[in-house]
Ligand binder design. Sequence first.
Ligand SMILES: *Cc1c(COP(=O)(O)O)cnc(C)c1O
Length: 478
Amino acid sequence: MDPLGERDVAGEAVELAARTAAAYLDELDAAPVRHPDSSAAIEGFGGTLPEDGDGAMAALHELAGPGVRGAIQSAGPRMFHFVTGGVTPAALGADWLASLLDQNAGMWVSSPLASRLEAVSVDWLKDLFRLPAAWEGVLTTGATMANFTGLACARQWWAERHGVNLEKRGFAGLPAAPVLSSDYIHASARKALSLLGFGREGVQVFSADGTGSLDAGALEAKLRSLDGAPAILIGNAGEVNAGHFDALEKLADLAERHNAWLHVDGAFGLFARATPRGDALTAGIERADSVIADGHKWLNVPYDCGFAFVREPGRLASAFSAPAAYLPDAVADQPNFFERAPEMSRRARSLAVWATLRAYGRAGHRAMVERHLDLAQRLAARIDEADDLERLADVPLNVVCFRHRPAGMPEEELDEHNRRLGEAVLEDGRVYMGTTVYDGRVAFRPAIVNWRTTEPDVDAIVDVVRELAATGGGAPIQ
Ligand SMILES: *Cc1c(COP(=O)(O)O)cnc(C)c1O
């Protein structure tokens, strides 16, 4: 059917969505993260493209029923997998309005509202994270594209030092770029490097040990050997296995002394700047050239959202502008954010970012981050008390790295045991978290970033792991 015939159905469609949302939100705190019927629920979706279609309400009833049952309830309080934020009430309402208004946030003329709110949001985020007010910024789809954005600026700066306008000419004639980091570097930064033409393996890592921590001496020796040739340093503020930070002050010193651009990936770690309790970890971040973070993690706005901040005024525009006769020129105080971003047409992510900052303010975000830091310490203490659990790393922030270690199980069986236990946890669905390999050992790494999470949710991590291990969720019982 032609959608023109459904002109009057839109109101009914959003009412169905609102009724579905109300019921969903009522149950979210208590519901399992993964519904027992989730696999069956999603199997019903498929078939061939309908010839005529059944209209909006038929489609939406499928989403409101099996769709909701099939969804991972990742906005709930016991989603500890990856680093997964929830959605605050303010951000949820604003995101719905962003879909309603369907703004193109690429240009001032296409959406003065979204552009204005993006400018305000970038200013407020710099304030929250205590980054210099003169820096420029932009909203992105997430930390991957924020890393891409910051590193594209680094790339342009580096090529300029070699006398090349890379945006116009490409890489021809340029030497291989020295891109240097620790082994805390995130897979998404490598992906960004590959998209930028440096290659996923075009980064050299300098690590002191099996956990990936920075060997600053070896990095410094490498920089000395470059003899003043420009380099790109990637600092990591919050790595995913245990929440570790590189020594950012040291990296800032090295960058200053050795002609390097310092880019810092703070996808979730930048939120340590929302509390003075994070000062020791983040000191020096304000001396970087580019800093990025995610919105859909610790800011608790819906997918997808991230941000990139760049020190040098105009650098974003020189890396991302795309002149064309039909596109408007920028006017002072009326920014065209497409000139600072990889995309041209863009979702109005600023509505949700602005709304959540407006709703909860500096104090609200500080309280949330501090609560999560306390919850991480509580989880660490409960793990330390349990004689069958072993914590594998310090807990500097909000990630707790541990494994199950039953009495008498030999070391060589522990990896397989924890891997199976990890599968059992996901299958069980009451809490949701994955495993990693930390310092050569398979381990859980729950990350706490959801505004709804409180003490009983964190206690459930310990209880569910021990219960599943006792009922055979780990190694087969012999
Ligand atoms: C999550 C994460 C990323 C990638 O973020 P996306 O939002 O998934 O693109 C990059 N770096 C770190 C440290 C992360 O935790």
